[in-house]
Ligand binder design. Structure first.
Ligand code: VGL
Ligand code: ZN
Length: 208
């Protein structure tokens, strides 16, 4: 694939709290930074996302009495995994990973701002109703294909990829520029759901 004017690299949640040593570390999360920086140089259009939660966010286990991280709770919009407190707005853990190139991004989108609703997806919050505006912004820029990379494969990358498909974009995931959390088989599930939706798995070396 040779990226052109209608292709966008969408870099999901490469933030301090998702790196080893962070609040919600993704195994080998730091390994995506180098490949993503290299990929950015091949795209004219780059967008970055940040998970960006208020302190009272519903996804934080410590906001639910007697609950522990990685347990599931039922919320009005469905089942929610409870997470360690992470990516609190303006905190050091919410910052982009040190070393991640950010200068070429034309768009930075923050998600998960509503205290009552989680948002793994860069397009649509977990209530499946509230929109971030990303789909419209990409359409206005003439984007037809989205290539995803970043963290975590089985949550924010997968949900964003599926919603990009649902919004009518062609979608690829750069398989060696993502890493997963893998809670109870979530990684294999995510790849299966993406494949079924027509999301293409591509190696970073095939892009350029
Ligand atoms: C993410 C869990 C909670 C992610 C964000 O970026 O994949 N995962 N918040
Ligand atoms: Zn989050």
């Amino acid at each position: 694939m040779t990226p052109g004017a209608s292709d966008l690299l969408l870099v999901i949640d490469v933030q301090v709290d998702f790196l080893p040593g962070g609040a919600l570390p993704v195994p080998e999360g730091d390994a995506v930074v180098g490949p993503i920086n290299a990929l950015q140089g091949r795209f004219r259009n780059v967008a970055l996302t940040q998970d960006w939660h208020p302190a009272d966010h519903v996804s934080f286990a410590d906001n639910h009495a007697g609950r522990a991280p990685f347990e599931r709770v039922a919320l009005p919009y469905g089942a929610q995994v409870l997470w360690p407190r992470h990516c609190v707005q303006g905190s050091p853990g919410a910052a982009f990973a040190p070393g991640l190139a950010t200068d070429r991004a034309g768009l930075v989108i923050r998600k998960g701002l509503d205290p009552r609703i989680d948002s793994y997806s860069a397009f649509l919050e977990a209530d499946r109703t509230a929109r971030t505006g990303l789909a419209g912004a990409l359409r206005e820029r003439g984007i037809t294909r989205v290539v995803l990379c970043g963290l975590a494969t089985d949550f924010c990358v997968a949900w964003s990829a599926l919603d990009a498909r649902a919004a009518g974009f062609d979608v690829c995931v750069a398989a060696d520029a993502v890493r997963g959390i893998d809670v109870e088989g979530s990684l294999a599930d995510a790849w299966a759901r993406m494949e079924a939706a027509g999301v293409l798995r591509i190696a970073a070396a095939e892009i350029g």
